[in-house]
Design a protein around this ligand. Structure first.
Ligand SMILES: NC(=O)c1ccc[n+]([C@@H]2O[C@H](COP(=O)([O-])OP(=O)(O)OC[C@H]3O[C@@H](n4cnc5c(N)ncnc54)[C@H](OP(=O)(O)O)[C@@H]3O)[C@@H](O)[C@H]2O)c1
Length: 199
C-alpha cells in the first residue's frame, strides 16, 4: 500500500513508521520534517499535501495537540487550540482526503484514553478526543467508494511515561507494540467505524 503517515516524527508516529515501512510505501508527513511538510491546522496545507502525494491507499495520523491546563484558568481561545488542531486537523484530513484517496482506502486517526477517563488539566484533550471518536463512528456509515475509517485510542504509552506519568496517577502505561498493532488492525484489517481502545 501507499500510505501517508502524518506525525511520523513523533513518539508514536516513529514506531508506527518503523513497522509500516517494512511492508508498505510510507510517506512521512509532519509539521517540520519528513518527506512532506504539512500543518493539519491549515486546510490549504492539507490540500497541498494530497496534491503532492496523490493516489494513496491509507491516510494515518499520529498528530494533534490541545491545550493542557486547569479548567479554572481556561479561556475560550484555549478550547479552540484543540478544536483547530487535534479535532478539525484530523477531520480535515478526512474531509479533504476523501476526494483524493483510492477506492477502498482507509483513514486511521488518533485520540486517547482521556475521552472517557479524564485527568486533571486534560479537559482540552478529553473534549476533542470524544469529538473525534464520535466523528469516526458517524462518518464511517456515510463514506463512499468502500472507504473505511477508524481511530486508535491509546492510554499513556510507555515511551511517554517520563514526560507525562505525573499527570496520570495510577494509570497503567500501554506498550507501544499494542499501539502499533492497533494501527495495523485499522490499516490492514477490514473494520470501519471502530474506536480501537488500547488500554
Ligand atoms: N504519547 C502518549 O502517551 C499518547 C497517548 C494517547 C494519545 N496520544 C496522542 O497521540 C498523538 C501523538 O502523540 P505523541 O506523543 O506521539 O506526540 P509527539 O511526540 O509530540 O509528536 C507529534 C507529531 O505530530 C506532528 N505535528 C505536530 N503539530 C502538527 C501539525 N500542526 N501538523 C502536522 N503535524 C504536526 C509533529 O511533527 P514535527 O516533529 O515535525 O513537529 C510530530 O511528528 C497526539 O494526538 C496525542 O494526544 C499520545
Amino acid at each position: 500500500m501507499k500510505i501517508i503517515l502524518v506525525g511520523a516524527s513523533g513518539t508514536i508516529g516513529k514506531k508506527v513508521y518503523e513497522r509500516l515501512a517494512t511492508r508498505h510505501e510510507v510517506i512521512k508527513a509532519s509539521a517540520h520534517q519528513g518527506n512532506i511538510i504539512v500543518d493539519i491546522t491549515n486546510r490549504a496545507s492539507i490540500e497541498r499535501m494530497y496534491k503532492a502525494v496523490p493516489n494513496v491507499d491509507a491516510v494515518v495520523c499520529a498528530a494533534g495537540g490541545a491545550h493542557f491546563g486547569p479548567f479554572d484558568n481556561m479561556t475560550e481561545d484555549d478550547f479552540y487550540i484543540g478544536i483547530r488542531d487535534k479535532m478539525m486537523g484530523q477531520i480535515n484530513l478526512v474531509m479533504v482526503g476523501k476526494d483524493y484517496i483510492n477506492d477502498r482506502g482507509s483513514f486511521t486517526l488518533i485520540t486517547g484514553i482521556l475521552a472517557e477517563d479524564p485527568i486533571r488539566m486534560g479537559l482540552g484533550l478529553s473534549m476533542v478526543n470524544g469529538a473525534v471518536n464520535a466523528f469516526v463512528k458517524a462518518t464511517a456509515i456515510e463514506l463512499k467508494r468502500n472507504l473505511r475509517i477508524n481511530v486508535v485510542c491509546p492510554g499513556l504509552v510507555e515511551d511517554a511515561v517520563e514526560k507525562y506519568a505525573r499527570y496520570f496517577p495510577g494509570h497503567n502505561p500501554v506498550s507501544m507494540e499494542r499501539v502499533v498493532k492497533g494501527y495495523i488492525r485499522s490499516i490492514e484489517g477490514a473494520n470501519t467505524g471502530q474506536v480501537i481502545k488500547i488500554y
